[in-house]
Design a protein around this ligand. Structure first.
Ligand SMILES: [Zn+2]
Ligand SMILES: [Zn+2]
Ligand SMILES: [Zn+2]
Length: 137
């Protein structure tokens, strides 16, 4: 699956790409650079991981997720994003208990009224609460 995803987005298959992408596929949450680094500790240096994440971002494999931590996070794209355009117009959810951030891919951000004299390029919507796993516990 990881190899197919790389091929689909015309990325050459390398070991580091496979391993980084596998993190996102295995656990479909938002990962920060530090999370990935901790996971692949000692295998790859930070620059290699940073470059890998950036190439995924460019090719429409990952999108950026903004939460209140001030740290850039990344999550898998779902809606046929590609090199030229991302279509990740969905809500993100942050759990107040376990701090994970997940994509609500099917929940679109509602259209905002256009303000005269302003151009909107991007809207980020973060919903906070308690995730289903933490509810059960
Ligand atoms: Zn995307
Ligand atoms: Zn939780
Ligand atoms: Zn997302």
């Amino acid at each position: 699956m990881v190899e197919n995803l790389l091929k689909k987005h015309s990325l050459r298959i390398t070991d580091v790409r496979k391993k980084v992408l596998y993190c996102f596929v295995e656990k479909d949450v938002a990962w920060s650079h530090a999370d990935i680094e901790a996971r692949l500790t000692k295998e790859y240096d930070r620059v290699t991981i940073y470059r890998t994440l950036n190439s995924f971002l460019e090719k429409g494999l990952l999108h950026k997720v903004f939460d209140d931590s001030g740290v850039a996070k990344f999550a898998l794209c779902k809606h046929n994003c590609n090199e030229h355009q991302h279509n990740d117009n969905h809500i993100h959810f942050k759990c107040e208990v376990c701090s994970k951030v997940i994509c609500f891919h099917d929940m679109e951000i509602p259209h905002l009224p256009v303000l005269k004299g302003f151009t909107i390029h991007q809207v980020n919507l973060l919903v906070q609460g308690i995730c289903s796993e933490c509810q059960e516990g």
